[in-house]
Write a protein that binds this ligand. Sequence first.
Ligand code: ADP
Ligand code: MG
Length: 216
Amino acid sequence: MADLFDAGLARAWMLRTAAAVTRERDRLTELDAAIGDGDHGANLQRGFTAVVSALDSADGPSTPGAVLVTAGTTLISSVGGASGPLYGSALRALGKALATPTAGPDADAERMLAALGAARDALQRLGGAVAGDKTMVDVWIPAVAGFGFAVEGGATLAGAAQSAASAAEAAAKDTIPLQAHKGRASYLGSRSIGHQDPGATSSGLLFRSLAEVLTD
Ligand code: ADP
Ligand code: MG
């Protein structure tokens, strides 16, 4: 179990997320077909395949901050849908927050909490969604809060990430009864009720993947 989030773990997180997106691609597509345009699985698979290629070279980024900035930039440039710029901005903000000049490159649980908070804030700034709008923000808010409660309680990096992942998965399910107020699903009005939000679901995969690589 890791005490510090380093470049190898950042890379492993992105690779694990890419594998999860590939595995769950059809489910993400079905969820988006119900309340959007059915491209969320394809969008994320294209994006994370490009991320894996960008991180694959031997002279790839050597700090966790640089790995996540590269991943975010790659998502922004390779995904056409709303989710590319949203995830891309979140990962870029996370990476930039880790690259503070006053501390070393590797992050403990406290610094990871601050960086995840910066990612959530970037996501909200770009998309303008608040809690309850039935978007990925509905997962990021409780996931980062879950990470924070665990850190306050003295949890390890892995323990905090496990709390975040559990909160994220529960919150993704909790989008089912909500009516969408942002993104394509909002065009459906009350007909968006009764379906799980695709971006909330893929955010659950992202947080679960983080917990897995930190626990290995
Ligand atoms: P598009 O909607 O352009 O087809 P995707 O299907 O890839 O893009 O992603 C849809 C997901 O993006 C939604 O399920 C939702 O979680 C998220 N999303 C859309 N608009 C916003 C927004 N303004 N703020 C936060 N998340 C959003
Ligand atoms: Mg879509």
